[in-house]
Design a protein around this ligand. Sequence first.
Ligand code: 5GP
Ligand code: ZN
Length: 133
Amino acid sequence: MNNCIFCKIINKEIPSNIVYEDDKFLAFLDIAKATNGHTILIPKKHVKNVLECDDETLGEMMIIAKKIATNLINKLGAEGCNILTNCNEVAGQTCFHFHIHIIPRYDAKDALEINFNESKKQELSEVLHTILE
Ligand code: 5GP
Ligand code: ZN
């Protein structure tokens, strides 16, 4: 997609700090890092989000994400990482070219907060029934 910022990064029309590249994938440092080494991994084929990504590409991508995360942790002295993708605007997606965030973690107080706040009580058997029907 010619208007897509990540496609422009793939085509080297926009510079980026490349962490990993092969014929199908590119990984580069996030311009607004949450932590030191925050990396964005993308498929070179433009798809909107994880749900539009074919299974084979997604499988390969997770293996690469694991390798990048391991390398970041080892080289940067992190203690863990978050590997995540935001799917659609409601979930915080702002760039609509599928990407996986690989975010090294150094401290529980890093500039990234993921809180699973408890919402209104609900009978779990009811939601399960709806999911499985
Ligand atoms: P999203 O919110 O869609 O999950 O994440 C998009 C990410 O891409 C953001 O963390 C943002 O900082 C990063 N980003 C957006 N534009 C650019 C860019 O031009 N270069 C780089 N390196 N990162 C970008
Ligand atoms: Zn794109």
